[in-house]
Design a binder for this molecule. Sequence first.
Ligand SMILES: Cc1cc2nc3c(=O)[nH]c(=O)nc-3n(C[C@H](O)[C@H](O)[C@H](O)COP(=O)(O)OP(=O)(O)OC[C@H]3O[C@@H](n4cnc5c(N)ncnc54)[C@H](O)[C@@H]3O)c2cc1C
Length: 301
Amino acid sequence: MDWLNASDGRIETNVPLADLTWFGLGGAAACVVHPRDEAHLSDLVRRASARNIPLRVLGGGANLLVCDAGVDGIVVRLTEPSFTAVEFDGTAATAGAGAELMRFVKDSVGRGLAGLEGLAGIPGTVGGAIRMNAGGRYGEIQSHVIEARVVLPSGQIETWSRERIGFGYRHSRLGGAIVVSARFQLTAEDPDTLRARFQEYWRAKKESQPLAAHSAGCIFRNPPGQMAGRLIDRAGLKGRSVGRARVSERHANFIVAEEGATATDVLRLVEEIRCAVREKFGIQLETEIEIWEPDRQTCPV
Ligand SMILES: Cc1cc2nc3c(=O)[nH]c(=O)nc-3n(C[C@H](O)[C@H](O)[C@H](O)COP(=O)(O)OP(=O)(O)OC[C@H]3O[C@@H](n4cnc5c(N)ncnc54)[C@H](O)[C@@H]3O)c2cc1C
């Protein structure tokens, strides 16, 4: 622990990441740091980069599969109040990257501010949602982001415009930049109409996806002009299992982890689905979820 110290924030070692991800799978993080604020985060990132220590940021763990071996290096969590605050200012809002996305969406809807209601039911944090450009058929977060404050691997803090963030389909061009907060532009709307729309979107999501199960949402990106879930379904894979990981009956692009599943079960099932879809339709599916593997670097603690 020679270069980490109490001023970096709360430090935990050997933390089971299964407890911090929606899949509920995978090994431990060698070290988890909860920086106090942006300045401490910047300093931590700069020192980790200088030492070549891998540093990852964990949001709500809703789009993540952690391998059974866990991860080396540092995992940063933006859980301190300076990263979770949300402030409204007229029809604009500033949200910390560590704020829970659903809380932010519900607060906006409750204030009669439209724009984010299409994200109803999407778990995770504001930071993770920006990195992944979270969304679906009712809209994407990118449409309402004005700018984001980011910490670069050098430790430099910058404000990036929406254009610079480079949003794409479930993608951004943030690279190694960590989002610390973002500013949003919303639109005033009749609260009752807005609430009804939010509830309709929420209901549609609950009906079509296994939200109560252990999963990471959609496993694969939709190939151009196709729906990955439909291809998996047409390949006859609904309900298919490897170990205790199973293709959801409700939504074929979801893999659900049952009691006793391992990350390896999920990875094997991912490969099996890929093979079957390639053989049947000649289409190579690409994963939408992030997969964390160990870096085999020296543990910093
Ligand atoms: C039941 C279920 C339903 C879902 N439905 C949808 C859906 O409808 N639409 C959709 O788009 N997604 C959906 N998802 C996926 C997931 O909710 C989104 O991708 C979400 O935005 C991930 O946010 P997170 O905070 O959990 O990110 P994490 O899973 O913690 O991390 C994902 C990636 O973002 C990075 N990251 C996290 N925080 C930051 C930050 N502050 N700065 C930079 N990078 C960061 C991580 O390093 C990682 O690379 C669903 C997931 C589940 C489990």
